[in-house]
Each structure stands twice: as structure tokens, then as C-alpha cells.
Design a protein around this ligand. Structure first.
Ligand code: ZN
Length: 189
């Protein structure tokens, strides 16, 4: 993301390598504040109910109208797991029990880290929150694979069903990057 103005004093910033650093940073010409930019954390949940998985259809851009697992940016003053539960409540009015970490994705080309939890959808209940057009429960063969909003969600669901066929949910770390031709490299480590 290119910055133009300093959020501390409002003057212009320029892109330089600060002394003692080895990367370009946006630095204020007036007050010398260094505006570091670092990856953001997105946290979400696979909420399961009787062999079905909860998906939400997006009511917002990007990817309006496509299906996703409930997930969103972590807020300050909450834990990573609390964030996943909060997003599930906000997007699907759904509560989740017995949450445990399922996968961590480092998504290099968009500077994001995704953490996906697995848990039990309480009473199988959900409904559309303000960012969703609708919510629904899907068995594997019902998943709208061609209408999934984000590659990381597609990959999370694929790994979840691979684990289920093996009889046990693991904990996974995966790196996703976009190649110049627009395809994705997906590497489990
Ligand atoms: Zn400044």
C-alpha cells in the first residue's frame, strides 16, 4: 500500500531505507516517523453440524454473492480464537463450541496470515449477518466449489475433507502465493 501523507503530522512521506534498516519504508519528511507496514491477520472458522459445514454468501465486495467460511480481520484487544468466534457470530449469527486450530495460511502476495479454527456449530443454528446474503449448511458433495469467494477458503475446505477421509483432523501450516500467470502455488509444510 502506498502512503502519501503522515498520519502523525499530515506532511508528505517519502520512500527511503531508514538508517540501520534494509527495506524501503514510508518516512515522514517533517517528523521522521517511520510508517511500518506489516501483514494483517484474518481469522475464521469451519463450523460443523452433523457432517455439514456452515458457509456464508457474501453481501459485500470483494466477491459479492460468492460463498465463504466466516472469517475477518482480527481486532485489537481480542485473542485470535475469540476473533474467529466473533466473525462467525457477526457474519452468520452462529455460536461455535469446542474450537481448535485447524490451519494457518501464510498468503504471501496479499500480506495476510489466515488462521482457521474448527468447531461445533451450536444447535445447527445460523442466519445471515449484515455482511451475508444468506447462510447454509453443506455436505461435501453440496459445496459450491465453483462459487467459493477466496482461494484460501477453497483450500481450507479441501484440506478439511482430506482429513475427514483419513478419520482425523490435523493442524496444518500452508503457504499460498500467486504466480505471474495468475495461478496459485499451495505448499503445505
Ligand atoms: Zn509526520
Amino acid at each position: 500500500v502506498t502512503l502519501k501523507y503522515c498520519s502523525s503530522c499530515g506532511e508528505e512521506v517519502h520512500l527511503i531505507i531508514p538508517e540501520g534498516d534494509n527495506r524501503y519504508r514510508h518516512v515522514c519528511k517533517a517528523c521522521d516517523t517511520i510508517h511500518y507496514q506489516n501483514p494483517k491477520v484474518v481469522t475464521g472458522c469451519i463450523a460443523e453440524w452433523q457432517d455439514k459445514v456452515l458457509l456464508c454468501r457474501r453481501a459485500i465486495e470483494p466477491r459479492y454473492g460468492l460463498w465463504t467460511l466466516p472469517a475477518g480481520f482480527m481486532e485489537n484487544n481480542e485473542s485470535n480464537m475469540q476473533g474467529a468466534a466473533r466473525e462467525t457470530m457477526e457474519e452468520a449469527n452462529a455460536r461455535v463450541d469446542n474450537m481448535r486450530l485447524f490451519s494457518v495460511f501464510s498468503i504471501i502476495h496479499i500480506n495476510q496470515v489466515y488462521t482457521m479454527y474448527h468447531g461445533d456449530l451450536v444447535e445447527g443454528k445460523s442466519s445471515a449477518g449484515s455482511e451475508s446474503l444468506e447462510t447454509a449448511l453443506f455436505q461435501e458433495h453440496e459445496i459450491p466449489w465453483h462459487d467459493i469467494a477466496f482461494h484460501v477458503v477453497f483450500e481450507t475446505l479441501k484440506q478439511y475433507y482430506r482429513d475427514r477421509r483419513q478419520g482425523e483432523l490435523g493442524t496444518h501450516y500452508c503457504e499460498i502465493n500467486r504466480r505471474p500467470d495468475g495461478s496459485y502455488s499451495v505448499t503445505y509444510c
